[in-house]
Ligand binder design. Structure first.
Ligand code: LLP
Length: 406
């Protein structure tokens, strides 16, 4: 799946580069749809809420909308954009993290379900949104992820309502006249190993038990949202998770807790990375080759402002040359133009040293790539191209100088 971009010719990339300058992201619709199909097949009983924080490019949102998936949004701006792109209110879940009153007011005005994880937030939401629909995000002390920064449950995590506060949360819901429609958790991101899967399933089982307990107290819930976090292979020898065993195990647990299918709350999953990571690459132009001490520095016009994952989490992204080269492979450090030593895209890659002016491709960059891009050093964010039915179109230009400084 992640190999698609290796068969795009250098002429094709150069064509896009002529249409708009480098660096740019490029996405493939067929790969995105294939991953949507995988999730649908593995979790055949579930509704999918795409975690749009992973990539809110309009072309991706529209494609995912056509798949009839909903949205997991984490800010009022994400909610607003999802609604603008045609998602129905009922398809959008807002998951807040330490929300301000103005954020809660904005969410209430858009009429989506607010998924909250602090007593204060539930109470303040109740004061703002009389009769509003809420869900409670819990923390069952089971967390996992590819890096400590992306573990979202357990001791070190700011997320989720711990179970000792659940009764009080329910009494606030009652006192404020809110409607509790769901329970939720998300334990972390980049879950790739069998051990990760086991933690995720244990947490999901725990969440089903919490849901049953809440139902005994407040009545039937509309949904139980077990979160996302499914990992994809970045490294050449890593494989994207096969979600089918996850889905089967989940169904067995659901049937245990709710033997009567008619009484089961809907099951929601909210993958981000799994859907969009492999459909995207970042294409950058080599600007400067520098040999110093025992290193070959391959400088490109994309740096941590375009893709921050390597600098932020030490993440690995495959890198390859677009020109077929016969020169010997050398140990290359692929870096960007940003004024920080951490501005690294790839370390110690055994690739043929490219010539200045050639293009390099950085793979598996569809998730948390553009979404986390910035205008650091006043550099514009990259452009975005989208390929569907064999033809490319520019879906977002890079920013103008005026927009960056405005
Ligand atoms: N649901 C909630 C409430 C989340 O916070 C997240 C991700 C997801 C779903 C989707 O997780 P996914 O399926 O994409 O793993 N920037 C980091 C990842 C941060 C994830 C934050 N939350 C990275 O580049 O690895």
């Amino acid at each position: 799946m992640r190999e698609w971009a290796r068969s795009v010719s250098v002429e094709e990339w150069e064509g896009l580069a002529r249409e708009h300058s480098t660096p740019f992201y490029a996405y493939d619709a067929d790969v995105l749809r294939a991953r949507c199909n995988d999730v649908r097949a593995a979790f055949s009983q579930a509704e999918v809420r795409y975690a749009m924080k992973a990539n809110a490019s309009p072309a991706l949102l529209d494609t995912i909308h056509a798949e009839r998936f909903g949205i997991d949004a984490v800010s009022p701006w994400e909610v607003r954009y999802a609604l603008e792109r045609g998602y129905a209110r009922e398809q959008v879940l807002y998951t807040g993290s330490f929300p301000s009153d103005s954020e809660l007011r904005a969410v209430a005005s858009m009429g989506v379900v607010a998924n909250l994880d602090a007593l204060s937030a539930i109470d303040r939401y109740g004061a703002l949104a009389q009769g509003g629909a809420v869900s409670i995000r819990v923390d069952l002390e089971e967390g996992a992820g590819h890096h400590p920064h992306v573990v979202t449950a357990g001791d070190e995590s700011k997320f989720g309502l711990t179970l000792d506060a659940l009764d009080e949360a329910l009494s606030i819901v009652r006192r404020r006249g809110l409607r509790l429609v769901g329970v939720h958790q998300h334990i972390g991101s980049g879950l790739l190993t069998d051990a990760h899967r086991d933690v995720w399933l244990r947490a999901a089982r725990g969440l089903f038990d919490v849901a049953a307990r809440v139902e005994r107290d407040v009545g039937p819930l509309a949904f139980v949202d077990v979160g996302g976090g499914f990992g994809v292979g970045y490294h050449e020898d890593e494989r994207t998770v096969d979600l089918r065993p996850w889905g089967l195990a989940l169904e067995r647990e659901r049937a245990r807790v709710w033997p009567d299918p008619a009484r089961r709350p809907a099951l929601w999953v909210e993958p981000g990375r799994y859907l969009v990571a492999e459909c995207g690459v970042l294409v950058a132009r080599v600007s400067t080759i520098k040999r110093a001490r025992d290193r070959v520095w391959v400088g490109t016009d994309a740096g941590m402002h375009a893709l921050i994952r390597p600098a932020m989490y030490g993440s690995y992204h495959p890198v390859w040359n677009t020109h077929a080269r016969t020169s010997p492979v050398e140990r290359c450090f692929v870096v960007g133009p940003i004024c920080e030593s951490g501005d690294v895209l790839a370390e110690e890659r055994m690739i043929p040293v490219p010539d200045e002016g050639e293009l390099l491709v950085i793979g598996v960059a569809g998730a948390y790539g553009y979404a986390m891009a910035s205008t650091y050093n006043l550099r514009p964010r990259p452009a975005e191209f989208f390929r569907d039915a064999g033809s490319w179109r520019l879906v977002r230009k890079s920013e103008h100088y005026e927009r960056v400084v405005r």
